[in-house]
Ligand binder design. Structure first.
Ligand SMILES: [Zn+2]
Length: 53
């Protein structure tokens, strides 16, 4: 019987620390890949609304 395995690779999820507020959030890593900034979800929203760069 073939089990439908989750296509996610076996790489353990990195929980990174947001550079701005210091919170740990698993979105920090994906935001870093996408935008180049290590930001958690709320800080990313803030950056998006009020760009500092
Ligand atoms: Zn943050």
């Amino acid at each position: 019987m073939i089990k439908n395995i989750n296509k996610n690779s076996d790489i353990p999820k990195k929980i990174s620390i947001c550079e701005k507020c210091g919170n740990t959030c698993e979105e920090v890593e994906s935001n870093f890949i996408l935008y180049g900034f290590k930001l958690c979800r709320s800080c990313k929203l803030t950056e998006t609304i009020f760009p500092v760069f």
